[in-house]
Design a binder for this molecule. Structure first.
Ligand code: TXA
Ligand code: MG
Length: 343
């Protein structure tokens, strides 16, 4: 199969929507990361998505809609009051809410669960594609299983060339990390995966929020995951990654010490502005301006680059784990198998 990469125009969006209506799969931009989209009401389409991704079939897909009015047929009963308030506040945007699913959602999409994650993305191309397809779109991140999520169309092509017919190139994803996954089936909303809509933002609307314990630690032996995605070893770089946390100068000193123990293939992941702390050592920057937003937007591209350049020993500065920093540290922590050194 030849993979066509093209700018989103009314014509190319119509073409992509036709592929989806015919049961196929396309790469498309969202504000979080690129998605691998197929008909969310078709079990066959879901199977094609799993196949293109190389993903185990027991990890559910999230379902994307283009307007709030499309949600009712997809869920069982009424949307919980708290979910409605959160939708008013943060949709369209990087928030996926887990609710009880209706029988319209095939078991292949929900991976046999009785719930479904639903998201209304902010990206205009994504919404135009859903409208044009005339149905909700199931989409995981468009990486091959085990790779960092793609934040550019080029990343999607690197992973999916020859596996899907078409990629819509909408430029770099603004948020750069996957959406917040929030379970709203209980009394208190529970963050299963942190993202652009932070726990602080959720608490501001819902009054309360819980963050699942697995967000900042690996699953324990025999522990049953609430979100199936957490049981898989997610992206892990080829090299070993160590995160160092503490006061700026102490962090730099510790990283330099560890780095100098290796003769080659060592690299440092640091916030911009910190390069001078590392002298002539090999530094990759996390984002462009030192803000946590920019670190989030640049993280996956930096991890892909470190893999491409075959760095074997990577030492990363930590970012404060509040607000969006929690999502950055969750992804970085998982990439490091939660090997975090406090200094
Ligand atoms: O930002 C995003 O969410 C991107 C873009 C394309 O929208 N999509 C994405 O999908 O990241 P994916 O499949 O890579 O991650 C979805 C996560 C998985 O960890 C999955 O286990 C979890 O959400 N999830 C999906 N449905 C669930 C459910 N019913 N209950 C619990 N967790 C669920
Ligand atoms: Mg993913």
């Amino acid at each position: 199969m030849k993979t066509m990469m093209t700018q989103p125009t009314p014509e190319s969006i119509r073409q992509a929507a036709q592929i989806i209506r015919d049961g196929g799969v396309v790469g498309f931009p969202t504000e979080t990361v690129y998605g691998l989209g197929g008909d969310a009401l078709s079990g066959e389409a879901a199977k094609r998505i799993f196949e293109a991704k190389g993903r185990p079939g027991d990890n559910p897909l999230i379902v994307h809609i283009a307007s709030l009015s499309e949600i009712d047929p997809l869920i069982e009963g009424e949307m919980p009051e708290m979910a409605r308030k959160l939708a008013e506040a943060y949709w369209p945007g990087p928030l996926t809410m887990i609710m009880k699913k209706s029988s319209l959602i095939p078991d292949e999409v929900s991976a046999g669960l009785k719930t479904v994650g639903i998201r209304l993305p902010a990206n205009e191309t994504a919404r135009a594609l859903i409208r044009e397809a005339g149905r909700p779109i199931a989409a995981p991140s468009a990486n091959r299983s085990g790779r960092p999520s793609p934040t550019t169309a080029k990343h999607v092509l690197d992973d999916m060339d020859g596996r899907i017919p078409m990629i819509l190139d909408g430029g770099a994803s603004e948020v750069g990390l996957e959406s917040t996954v929030l379970d709203v089936t209980g009394e208190i909303p529970r963050v299963l995966r942190p993202g652009g809509v932070t726990p602080e933002m959720i608490a501001a609307v819902a009054g309360k929020v819980e963050v699942d314990g697995t967000v900042m630690r690996p699953l324990r032996e025999g522990e049953r995951p609430i979100s199936p995605g957490t049981k898989y070893r997610h992206y892990a770089p080829e090299g070993d990654l160590t995160i160092v946390q503490g006061e700026e100068k102490a962090v730099a000193e510790s990283i330099c010490g560890m780095y100098d123990g290796f003769e080659k293939d060592a690299a440092i992941l640091a916030l911009p502005g910190h390069e001078h702390l590392y002298g002539v050592r090999r530094v990759y920057t996390l984002g462009t301006d030192g803000s946590v937003e920019s670190a989030a937007a640049g993280l996956f591209a930096a991890l892909r680059l470190l893999d491409d350049e075959k760095m074997a020993h990577i030492f990363s500065e930590a970012v404060p784990a509040d607000g969006l920093g929690l999502a950055v540290m969750n992804r970085l922590g998982r990439a490091a198998a939660f090997h975090i050194v406090n200094v």
